[in-house]
Design a protein around this ligand. Structure first.
Ligand code: DX5
Ligand code: ZN
Length: 217
């Protein structure tokens, strides 16, 4: 069964606690937290104080997506709360060393690729990661449309993971809705990140169930 990781980027932050309680009750597997520094991407989102508060509110695993230029400088701090940390292949760091540092903190390590980066770029990192995140929009903002080439990238990664007998999870992030979820899941995505599809829905609990159903066909 596909896992759902709701991105809180589209939340009403004055009511974040209630939204988290609702997602917990809806049975989502983790919470996706988008951290942006205004340099790696042209937007600034949330940081440590908010993540600390979320960790106090819920036991759900925190899936922290770092869209920051120098993730290597902050692993220690994010590792306090994260169950998994995703860094970008395109960030200014020694990606392999940073993934190893994440693991050294007892946290799952993942690498993400932007839409212009080919799937093959991370093939030689597959032995170092628990998860690969394929961005299906340009990182930086919620509410964008799914870029169709993400489907082929997921399929290429799934093939390579299977061929090598690895147990790396595949996550997809950006523009996931009832139309695109089956495409991504069909290509081998294990974890769907969804922001606006859930947070803009009139009934978030129902929206989680609908997304799961759409992905399982
Ligand atoms: C984009 C973020 C995503 C995004 C998802 O940089 O990584 O998590 O907010 O939002 P939707 O589902 O609205 O595309
Ligand atoms: Zn994200």
């Amino acid at each position: 069964m596909v896992k759902i990781s709701p991105s809180i980027l589209t939340a009403d932050f004055t009511r974040l606690g209630e939204a988290i309680d609702q997602l917990d009750a809806a049975g989502v597997e983790m919470l996706h937290i988008d951290v942006m520094d205004g340099v790696f991407v042209p937007n600034i989102s949330i940081g440590f104080p908010v993540i600390d508060s979320i960790a106090k509110r819920t036991d759900m695993p925190l899936d922290v997506h770092l869209m920051i230029t120098r993730p290597q400088n902050y692993i220690d701090r994010f590792a306090k709360n994260a169950e998994r940390i995703t860094i970008h292949f395109e960030s200014e760091c020694d990606v392999r060393a940073t993934l190893r540092d994440i693991h050294a903190h007892g946290v799952k390590a993942a690498v993400s690729i932007k839409p212009a980066t080919p799937a093959e770029a991370v093939f030689d990192l597959l032995d170092e990661v628990d998860m690969v995140l394929v961005m299906s929009v340009e990182p930086g903002f919620g509410g964008q449309s799914y870029i169709p080439s993400a489907t082929d990238k997921l399929a290429a990664l799934r093939d390579e993971i299977t061929r090598r007998g690895l147990s790396v999870e595949l996550q997809v992030d950006g523009g996931i809705n009832l139309q695109t979820a089956p495409l991504a899941a069909g290509a081998g995505a294990d974890i769907l990140v969804a922001g606006s599809q859930l947070f803009n829905a009139p009934d978030m609990t129902a929206a989680v169930a609908q997304l799961r159903a759409a992905a399982s066909v």
